[in-house]
Design a protein around this ligand. Sequence first.
Ligand SMILES: Cc1cc2nc3c(=O)[nH]c(=O)nc-3n(C[C@H](O)[C@H](O)[C@H](O)COP(=O)(O)OP(=O)(O)OC[C@H]3O[C@@H](n4cnc5c(N)ncnc54)[C@H](O)[C@@H]3O)c2cc1C
Length: 389
Amino acid sequence: MRTQVGIVGAGPAGLMLSHLLHLAGISSIIVENKSRAYCEARVRAGLMEHWVAHMLIETGVGERLQREAMVHDGIYIAFNGEARHIDFHKLIGKQVYIYDQKEVVTDLIARRLADGGQILFEVEDTSLIYDFIGGDPKIRFRHEGREQLIECDFIGGCDGFHGICRPSFPDRALRGYDRVYPFGWLGILSESPPPENELIYCFHERGFALFSMRGPDLSRLYLQCAPDEDIDRWSDQRIWDELEARLGGVRPLVRGSILQKGITPMRSYVTEPMQAGRVFLAGDAAHIVPPTGAKGMNLAMADVRVLARAFEAHYRSGRDDLLANYSATCLSRVWKGQRFSWWMTQMLHRHSDEIDFDTKRQIAEIDYVTSSPAAMTSLAENYAGLPME
Ligand SMILES: Cc1cc2nc3c(=O)[nH]c(=O)nc-3n(C[C@H](O)[C@H](O)[C@H](O)COP(=O)(O)OP(=O)(O)OC[C@H]3O[C@@H](n4cnc5c(N)ncnc54)[C@H](O)[C@@H]3O)c2cc1C
């Protein structure tokens, strides 16, 4: 097989890259090691920055999003028995969109296939054949029992944090920057209405909690827990009691049947640079953030928009400066996303069992952030998405 851009991974990054390349008249093939049904059902991100929703709409994959997404003006932060609203729309004129990542993936897969795109699902033993100095890279894999090879001009490494592209880079080509947090999130998906129309972030002496949603009758709720928490120790009753305690009485909590539960460890990671030779990393393959700032899928979308434009400049006018600057362009946004995610995480989580100096300092910070127009504006512009241009 031969294509211009070979893409590893059919998550939001790989699919959107392939879609944008198609609109620019550039061919691509995606290889994905899971099944189509698995990719379309994987419960992950749910919050989309303003510009990402508009990019989906403007590039023709936002029809269902426009019908089904919940559009939020802001968020609530609850502490000391009170929920305070930060209204992004009033402060900066932007909103955020609640639309499940699995719906984004479903829409993009459908669109790529309708446009004649090639996505090879359930491939095995993917590897890159490339010396990182010269020549054209190749992707090798097994599909439907046969060894296959894709020859391409470039590779988009969009295979997530545990993929094979980043580890294929030569030793010392990359440097990783890491922060592991001493807590995780116990997350549930529940058949129940969320306690508020918008997200509620709760700072509570028992630990952080987040009340989010995937629909008017589908709640996505999280509790701060130990990173190695044993999920079997959490009965449904215990989860609901703890959520109710941490909501602190700011809203009534309706309980429902729990459809899914799991533990997510919290980590920040950035690799630099995000490219070597003709291989370009995008999305979680290059960086991950703790979910507190809701930045993961949004940063992945930002990377591939930059990358698609750089490929377009290469093929349309032979300009390679955008490709050469890909890493630097993305990293400037990635580090701002990292800073914001770290900041939200440290401000809202409990760091010790005692009410100590840091607890008092955190409460003062939350009080300030939810009352000063300057501080609220800073939170709003980071949360709803920094400008792309
Ligand atoms: C519990 C949870 C909650 C989250 N909440 C939010 C949120 O609210 N907002 C937000 O913005 N982000 C959130 N995120 C992060 C977001 O889901 C990720 O940042 C996003 O999925 C990144 O997209 P991606 O395409 O880069 O990677 P992925 O979605 O990981 O896609 C990578 C793809 O590559 C495939 N793959 C891997 N290895 C191979 C291989 N060897 N060969 C072929 N294919 C391969 C994988 O199967 C996968 O389909 C959350 C993540 C988790 C886990």
